[in-house]
Design a protein around this ligand. Structure first.
Ligand SMILES: Cc1cc2nc3c(=O)[nH]c(=O)nc-3n(C[C@H](O)[C@H](O)[C@H](O)COP(=O)(O)OP(=O)(O)OC[C@H]3O[C@@H](n4cnc5c(N)ncnc54)[C@H](O)[C@@H]3O)c2cc1C
Length: 494
């Protein structure tokens, strides 16, 4: 294109070109998507990974971003960088809105453009979102913990609550509602979050404020279930509850959240009695709902969805009648497999091996079998619980195991090194190096909801923008800036 030519407008619907090689499309850049793509690095295929974010997210450490221990970059490396050396893989940014199984194509959208990507084999690894059990309006007041946006918004709300309390207390106001933090859901994420907020208030921030004592902050962990950490069994659940209470966390069990608003929430007990908790900061860590792409797949194949929206798959992770389509990770319902990273990783690797094996004429693999490497949850520094096979570990040993495992799975050497440094600062010392938050981070969710088409509304329509006029404006502005400097006219009273 000659200098000065204008860029032609892209059509609104683009068919992504394909080569003669076998085309594998992978939906999602999470654990399933990334590990499936990597597994295909030596295969004679072209892989297109379509994801709605430009990063691979290590969800298990989101709570550390929310509480100022890690930066978002440390748990969310850019997928393009991770796959830079994998020549047969390309990354396509976009939100998948449709999967046409009959015509073997995936439709995705990015900033008002529609892309259609054909495939020969498909791996769907779009994960799960937060479930508010039919009360989606709670989300505005109690963000979940599923994305970088969620973690940064929560970081802003948590540290912001201390700031507002300081301002209020300095004017003699009652700030109890600002110094009360409620975490809903006593699974691993809720336990980790409650433990970290308690450490933050009762240990890290104690010397930072003048008008308030952060030691008096209340941290409440609420769950409708009768115990903490049900998947870890009674013994570890009880141990965890005792340690949380020692940290100063109030544990309210058998308490179902019935209402949430900006100033607090209401819980309902089994006997029908209700209790109101005044708390500006609420965190929702209570439920998951599989990605809605499962519904599309279910409608086209007849494969049933369970209550959490997870789709039933064949024992080889394919969909009935579509052996070229694999679904893995949090989206599937198979043999009561848990929604954990290893199920997604192992499932995606299995699917990738099957695709490669078929091209090489190898016999089909035996049905997918999940190898349980164990589960762990951290309560506070030096305290965790772990379950490996029949082994139950608590305390510092479990914490060290947690440290090693998480370090191993964080993507990228640089991220591992900086994560260790940040852990050292936070766990051995008292610091939290990632406390930066802005008003925009806290309120952007509300602002985006007001835009009819989300971020697309912030982008000029194709053709709307007159490049020649804008260029002339910029040239005129630059000439004026240069003239003022050359003629020493800056600072001269006009
Ligand atoms: C806070 C938290 C803590 C956790 N802690 C642990 C833990 O300690 N141990 C453990 O084993 N597991 C843990 N998990 C669960 C674990 O993270 C998930 O089981 C795992 O991420 C599932 O992998 P996946 O590939 O199925 O989905 P994900 O990793 O969620 O990836 C889904 C991908 O799909 C993309 N996507 C979604 N919709 C679309 C669309 N329409 N178009 C394009 N792309 C799309 C997303 O952007 C993302 O890249 C935790 C989860 C959370 C939220």
């Amino acid at each position: 294109m000659a200098a000065g030519d204008t860029q032609p407008d892209l059509p609104d619907r683009i068919i992504v070109p394909r080569s003669d090689r076998h085309q594998v499309v992978v939906i999602g850049s999470g654990f399933g998507g990334l590990f499936g793509t990597k597994q295909l690095r030596h295969a004679d295929v072209d892989v297109t990974m379509i994801a709605k974010t430009t990063h691979h997210l290590f969800q298990p450490l989101l709570y550390q971003v929310a509480t100022g221990i890690l930066s978002e970059g440390e748990i969310a490396p850019p997928t393009r960088e991770v796959l830079a050396n994998q020549k047969n893989a390309q990354v396509l940014l976009g939100e998948v809105t449709g999967i046409d199984l009959a015509n073997r194509q995936v439709t995705s959208h990015v900033l008002g453009r529609e892309l259609v990507t054909p495939y020969d084999s498909l791996i769907v690894a779009a994960g799960a979102g937060q479930s508010y059990f039919g009360n989606d309006h709670f989300a505005e007041f109690a963000p979940g913990m599923k994305s970088i946006d969620d973690a940064l918004e929560l970081r802003g709300r948590i540290f912001g609550a201390f700031e507002m309390a300081e301002l209020g207390a300095a004017r003699g106001e009652n700030v109890d509602h600002l110094l009360t933090f409620v975490v809903v859901g006593a699974g691993p994420t809720g336990v980790e979050m409650a433990g970290q907020i308690a450490e933050l208030a009762h240990r890290t921030l104690t010397r930072d404020f003048r008008a308030i004592s952060t030691r008096h902050a209340r941290v409440i962990l609420v769950d409708a279930a009768p115990q903490v950490l049900p998947p870890f069994g009674h013994k570890l659940g009880k141990w965890t509850q005792e340690k949380l209470e020692k940290l100063g966390v109030e544990v309210m069990l058998g308490a179902l959240v019935s209402q949430v608003d900006e100033r607090g929430l209401t819980v309902k007990y089994k006997d029908g009695s209700e209790e109101r908790i005044n708390a500006v900061t609420k965190v929702w860590a209570a439920g998951v709902q599989a990605n809605k792409l499962g519904k599309t797949l279910s409608e086209q194949t007849g494969a049933p969805l369970d209550r959490a929206g997870r789709i039933s798959v064949n024992p080889d992770l394919t969909l009935p009648g579509y052996p070229e389509v694999f679904v893995v990770g949090d989206m599937i319902s198979l043999d009561n497999l848990p929604g954990v990273a290893q199920v997604a990783i192992q499932g995606a690797k299995y699917a990738a091996k099957e695709i490669e094996g078929r091209l090489e004429g190898k016999p089909a693999q035996p049905p997918f079998k999940y190898f349980d490497k164990g589960s762990m949850a951290i309560i506070s520094r030096f305290r965790a619980v772990a379950m490996v096979g029949k082994l139950r570990v608590t305390g510092i040993l479990a914490w060290l195991m947690w440290l090693v495992v998480h370090l191993f799975y964080i993507t990228g050497f640089k991220n591992r090194v900086t994560a260790v440094m940040h852990w050292f600062v936070s766990f051995i010392g008292k610091g939290r190096s990632e406390r930066t938050s802005t008003e925009q981070q806290i309120f952007a969710r509300v602002a985006l909801q007001r835009l009819e088409r989300g971020a697309t509304d912030l982008v000029s329509e194709p053709g709307e923008y007159d490049e020649a006029q804008r260029r002339a404006e910029l040239e005129e502005q630059a000439a004026e800036e240069a003239r003022l400097s050359d003629e020493n006219k800056r600072g001269v009273k006009v």
